[in-house]
Design a protein. Structure first.
Lengths: 704, 551
């Protein structure tokens, strides 16, 4: 919150004074009615020349300020989304789309067999087929049904690097408003104009479609009930005080009412909700509703895909195990050669690991030069195939790596495949390597055998240990989650042994091995039947049922439109780890709401002690003893309480927008901390605040 | 007056020791009573006679309908009985009761309030006392028990709307809990010297020639259930200040024990029924804390402001003194009892204010039979709502979500009593013809009216006796306060129970707000103080505080 966006929000704050929009917050609506009553009373007093007119006017002004401050907090929160919405709108400029018409164009004419027509993007209907080429803006959301293109999605993700979109598979969805950079794709439109992803996003960040979440409704019920109790309390006070011949003016009664009803939380509830949504958007996550954010805080089970979330997407070489009689250097060197042409991440990780041992003293240029000399044009590259399950190189005679007289074959591959390869060529699998292979498999790793064949006899040189590498810090995060009472379940297509090893290393609570998308759905149903709330991420079309069934389903933006449609959140960065952050944001939202409610209600204690003696001390001097703050006069006491009540809203706006600091700790620790700060603090703070304001207010001539 | 601190502490310690010994076994017995599937022979006979199917599991609405129907019929029976007293047997020559008084009394006894706008000695024969009022002493308390048991079932059960059978709960509460305890209580009271006879009022001529009227009656049998059922309607006008109702220091302490014994055992029953004794202990802690703090404050307020030196204040029973009076006054206002051993009207203003505050707290420490615990459970829901948010979860209580439907019921619940008290008081003071019923000068007159409505809406029954509530206006307004103050909260509690029972249970995790332990107890205590008692701050300021705080 800075001065600029506060000032920018002011006009909206005044527009929100419309009673029709105020009525949604019973607390602030009560303040509005009170302000109107006080205004009328003040005017009347002014005309009557009443000596209390000045006091009444000042109180009335502060009551109006209370209303404005409440609206301002909401307006500022909404304003933060506005800027984002404007930049998004720029991407939604009306584009002309090349719609394909069903009729075939007579042979011999261009147009790829179909005719086309130019229509405005807004006229497109679901199911239309459009064509986009390099430089075109994609007119609406859709699935690629033909072709492959690189697409600039920076308009929605903020990420400048282009992404590949292609027909079939899990990368087929395109978003309206993004730009095709190269090639040509044919798209089937999946969203009508005005209902596209971009449109939804704009209305979300603007808060236009904001509906009260279930918990917000429940909180508003409690606040409304407290408001009614205090309205009854103050309205009945009039005849009671009259009975004691100490009837206060209506202005004073309204001041008492406004101070007692929970204005602080009543004013800040909308801002807290909008800010929670905003924090998600800041992290590039879009939620379809505020409800989803709230549910995120309740999640008790996280379903995490192993690949990409818990481990790096790919297996990496972590060790070389040489056969007896083979030097480590020979194995490492051969392993490197076998993988030089292997562009897969596994292959590159082998080269990297091989170089890591020998790199000292060699410049990167030298290493690169080495690779290019080793991979001369006459070297035959044997690509990996599902049948051979091996890859490698054939070095011709005369190649520096081949000292022999015949072609030297270097191979690496799955243990059984390489063993068969060696046996067919007179070799064998040494006992120690067989054991090493079993051992590596037993720990969840993948063993790759390295073999050479020089035309006479094949030799198995050793084993490369490939392993899934758990991302650093995951174990700690899972421990945090456990402390927060959240269970983590790892989902993987790996076999049980591998899965168990990774699960143990990462520290997840449970795992499902050899999982199919149907298994995901089954796990979700089982957890939900046990009363737990489940969150998961997914990207494929076959994840869609599970995403829809999960209480919080986060689709990757890179995923299919079916997945995005089924999920209630979309992560624009396509980072599955973010699920953990999302849970944190949900919790933070609820904690902020609860803490400020506690603070607001606890404030009442001090306000009673300020106002009640001020009301009646003139009639019953003994009640002056309740003036424990020693406020200077009845007028200044009431005014100070009203001013404090208004200012505390402004003071807490930054906290409402930022959220109460959230730590991943157990419920008991979170409660004791927040109870101490916002409960006890809420009792004490107003005593100090009201006293300080009183010292200033007392300087006003007719008040002090 | 001089407060004998040693005497106070001794009595408090005796009470604590006895209650500590009794509460778990009694809680176990209560839990077994309301969860057992067996019916006693006498109960089966009763069900057969009344056509009740004891196996029927009632939807919350049916449970509520049964309860309301039963209570309304009870009111009508008592009303008719009092009007027809002149022609009914055992009337000891007493005639028909004034209709306004009869109406007020009928509502009062059925709502467990026992506000007495009549003078028993000159109004009722022992037929009306025993067959009408004493019966309600049992039944109205059993209704309270039934409601809290139904609420606990709502927390325990899952995916059902049924809360048990009202008729079975009512019967068991009466025959298995209240009746045996009342028999024991009556016998002990007899031993301490409480009278039990069939004689009417004797008139003796004293040596001085003056005539003394000595009333008799079946007092001990009535006295036991008056206290056990947190009813409070005395056989005599002087209530437990009368030597025939409360003859000795020991009987006084025993009567306090009778008031507290069931309400303090209910948390133990609750803990067992929900399968987690810690839940019960936590609520018990809150109850005990309020009780001890209030007792200490009451003793201080009486000692500091009542008369000077060793003089005994006006309105105090000379046989007792500060400690027994403070203990009794606190116990009777923190529960829904309303029996008194000191004229509350004569308490020093701050002590009288404290008595009001005790009731305004919602009578939850430990509260009336059943009503105290369900009141505290409803406030627990509020505490869970606020606390749950503070730990970052949408709130849940014992595995049940507290969403908007639950909060609506709870919000209404916390609205009902303050609205009744404040509106009733405001209307009364606004109409001089009605407020003339409280003739005391200045703030004290106001206190009498405030006390009357606080007592009625909270179903307490004690009074600042200076007020005359037998006139049509006050009698009807107080009757409305008693009726609505009893049955609207009960309806809301049963609806809450139904909405909780419907849900499935959410398993507890480390991220769940624990509803046991000192932290939750502190939160709950704070919620009770701020949400209930503070609402009355301005009203209390105009009454007891204005009278008692002197510069």
């Amino acid at each position: 919150m800075n001065l600029t966006n506060t000032l920018a929000a002011l006009p909206l704050a005044f527009r929100k004074l419309n009673p029709r929009s105020m009525i949604h917050s019973p607390v602030m609506f009560t303040v509005l009615i009170g302000s109107i009553v006080c205004t009328l009373v003040s005017i009347q007093q002014l005309f009557m020349g009443s000596p209390t007119a000045v006091f009444s006017i000042i109180v009335t002004v502060w009551l109006w300020l209370t209303v404005i401050f409440g609206n301002l907090s909401e307006a500022i929160a909404e304003g933060r989304g506005k800027a984002q919405a404007d930049s998004l709108r720029a991407a939604r400029t009306s584009v002309m789309a090349r719609r394909r018409i069903g009729a075939l164009v007579p042979a011999g004419q261009s147009g790829g067999g179909y005719s086309e027509e130019l229509v405005p993007g807004t006229d497109l209907a679901v199911g239309d087929i459009v064509i986009c080429e390099a430089g075109d803006l994609i007119p609406s959301d859709g699935d690629v049904i033909e072709g492959l293109a690189s697409v600039d999605e920076s308009a929605i993700t903020g990420e400048s690097a282009p992404v590949i979109r292609e027909s079939g598979g899990d990368r087929s969805s395109v978003t309206g408003g993004t730009r095709v950079l190269s090639d040509r794709i044919v798209i089937r439109i999946t969203a009508a104009s005005g209902k596209t992803f971009l449109d939804r996003m704009i209305s979300l960040v603007e808060g236009a479609t904001r509906q009260k979440t279930p918990n917000e409704i429940a909180l508003n019920v409690l606040l409304a009930s407290l408001t009614i109790v205090f309205v009854v309390c103050v309205m009945t006070l009039a005849p009671m005080a009259n009975f004691a011949n100490a009837l206060p003016t209506p202005v004073v009664l309204v001041a008492l009412l406004v101070c007692l009803i929970p204005t602080t939380i009543g004013a800040l509830v909308p801002a807290i909700g909008i800010a929670g949504m905003d924090r998600l958007i800041q992290r590039n996550v879009l939620a379809t509703s505020g409800r989803a954010v709230e549910t995120a805080g309740d999640i008790t089970t996280l379903l995490l895909d192993k690949t990409g979330t818990i481990t790096y997407g790919n297996r990496r070489a972590v060790a070389f195990v040489a056969a007896d009689g083979v030097s480590q250097d020979v194995l490492v060197g051969t392993a490197r050669l076998s993988s030089l042409a292997d562009e897969t991440p596994e292959g590159r990780s082998i080269v990297d690991l091989a170089l890591a041992g020998t790199q000292e003293g060699r410049s990167p240029e030298a290493v690169l030069a080495d690779a290019s000399t080793d991979l001369r044009g006459d070297v035959e590259v044997i690509e990996f195939s599902a049948v051979t399950r091996m890859s490698g190189l054939n070095f011709p005679v005369g190649h520096p790596a081949n000292p022999g007289q015949t072609v030297l074959e270097v191979r690496k591959g799955a243990a059984s495949a390489v063993e068969l390869y060696a046996k067919e060529r007179g070799g064998f699998l040494p006992q120690e390597l067989e054991e090493a292979v079993l051992k590596i498999s037993g720990t969840g790793g993948t063993p790759l055998l390295v073999a050479t064949y020089d035309g006479e006899r094949a030799q198995v040189l050793g084993v490369i240990h490939l392993a899934d590498v758990v991302k650093p810090g995951m174990k700690e995060r899972f421990a945090e989650l456990r402390a927060m009472g959240i269970k983590t379940i790892m989902i993987t297509g790996d076999n049980k042994i591998t899965a168990a090893a990774i699960a143990a290393e990462a520290g997840v609570d449970d795992f499902v091995a050899e999982a199919t998308p149907e298994d995901k759905l089954a796990v979700i149903k089982a957890e939900q039947d046990a009363g737990r709330l489940v969150a998961m991420t997914g990207d494929g079309t076959n994840d869609a049922p599970a995403l829809a069934a999960a209480d919080v389903g986060v689709a990757m933006n890179s995923g299919t439109s079916a997945a995005k449609e089924a999920a209630n959140m979309v992560d624009l960065d396509s980072d599955p780890t973010k699920l953990i952050d999302i849970v944190g944001i949900g919790k933070q939202l609820l904690i902020t709401r609860g803490s400020l409610t506690t603070f607001s209600v606890a404030n009442d204690v001090a306000k009673y002690f300020a106002i009640v003696p001020a009301l009646f001390a003139a009639t019953f001097p003994g009640l002056g003893l309740l003036n424990i703050m020693g406020l200077s006069s009845p007028e200044s006491a009431i005014l100070s309480a009203v001013i404090f009540n208004a200012l505390v809203i402004v003071a807490l706006v930054p906290l409402a927008l930022r959220g109460v600091k959230y730590r991943a700790v157990s419920a008991a620790r979170a409660l004791s901390r927040n109870l101490l700060i916002y409960g006890l603090g809420g009792v004490i703070a107003p005593f100090i605040g009201i006293k300080l304001i009183d010292l200033l207010v007392a300087l006003i001539p007719t008040i002090g | 007056m001089v407060l004998n601190v040693f005497s106070l502490i001794t009595q408090v310690v005796v009470l604590i020791v006895v209650l500590a010994v009794l509460h778990q076994p009694m809680g176990k017995y209560l839990a077994a009573t309301f969860t057992s599937h067996k019916h006693l022979a006498v109960e089966r006979g009763l069900y057969k006679l009344s056509g009740v199917d004891p196996q029927a599991d009632q939807h919350w609405k049916v449970y509520l309908r049964s309860l309301i129907a039963f209570s309304v019929v009870s009111i009508l029976v008592i009303f008719a009985g009092l009007l027809l007293q002149g022609v009914l047997p055992f009337n000891q020559g007493m005639g028909a009761v004034d209709p306004w008084v009869a109406m007020n009394t009928a509502v009062s006894f059925v709502t467990n309030t026992n506000w007495q706008t009549y003078v028993p000695e000159t109004t009722l024969g022992f037929g009306a006392q025993m067959l009408l009022l004493a019966v309600q002493n049992f039944l109205s308390a059993a209704v309270g028990l039934a409601v809290v048991v139904a609420l606990i079932r709502g927390l325990v059960r899952a995916e059902t709307r049924n809360l048990g059978n009202f008729w079975v709960d009512l019967t068991r509460g009466t025959f298995r809990v209240l009746l045996p305890l009342a028999v024991i209580g009556a016998v002990v009271l007899l031993i301490t010297g409480v009278i039990q006879n069939w004689g009417g009022t004797d008139i003796h001529t004293l040596v001085t020639g003056a005539q003394q009227t000595v009333p008799g009656g079946p007092v001990a049998s009535q006295e036991a259930i008056k206290l056990l059922g947190t009813n409070g309607g005395g056989y005599f006008n002087a209530n437990s200040a009368h030597p025939f109702e409360n003859p000795t220091a020991f009987s006084n302490l025993f009567e306090i024990l009778l008031i507290l014994v069931i309400p303090f055992a209910l948390p133990a029953m609750y803990g067992r029924m929900v399968g987690d004794k810690r839940q019960g202990y936590t609520l018990l802690t809150v109850m005990v804390a309020f009780w001890l703090a209030s007792t200490a404050l009451m003793a201080w307020a009486i000692a500091a402001f009542s008369g000077t030196g060793t003089s005994i204040g006006e309105g105090f029973e000379q046989r007792f003194g500060v400690a027994p009076s403070a203990l009794f006054a606190t116990a009777t206002t923190l529960t829904s009892t309303g029996a008194v051993n000191v004229a509350h009207d004569s308490l020093p203003p701050l002590a009288g204010g404290l008595a009001m505050l005790n009731m305004m707290l919602g009578e939850i420490a430990p509260g009336g039979v059943g009503s105290g615990l369900y009141g505290l459970l409803v406030l627990s829901v509020v505490a869970v709502f606020i606390g749950g948010l503070m730990v970052g979860r949408t709130p849940e209580y014992l595995g049940k979500k507290i969403g908007a439907p639950q909060m609506k019921l709870v919000a209404l619940y916390i609205l009902v009593t303050p609205a009744l008290v404040l509106l009733g008081t405001a209307i009364t003071v606004a109409i001089p013809a009605i407020s003339a019923a409280a003739p005391a000068e200045g703030p004290h007159g106001f206190s009498e009216i405030l006390y009357a409505f606080t007592s009625a809406a909270n179903n307490n029954g004690s009074a600042f006796g200076g007020i005359t509530s037998s006139g049509p206006a006050l009698a009807s307004m107080l009757a409305v306060a008693m009726f609505v103050g009893r049955f609207l909260p009960i309806a809301l509690v049963l609806a809450l129970a139904g909405s909780l029972a419907k849900q499935r249970k959410i398993p507890e995790t480390a991220g769940t707000l624990a509803t046991h332990g000192p932290l939750f107890a502190a939160l709950l205590g704070g919620v009770c103080l701020i949400l209930t008692a503070l609402t009355y701050f301005p009203a209390l300021a105009l009454g007891p505080a204005a009278e008692g705080l002197l510069k």
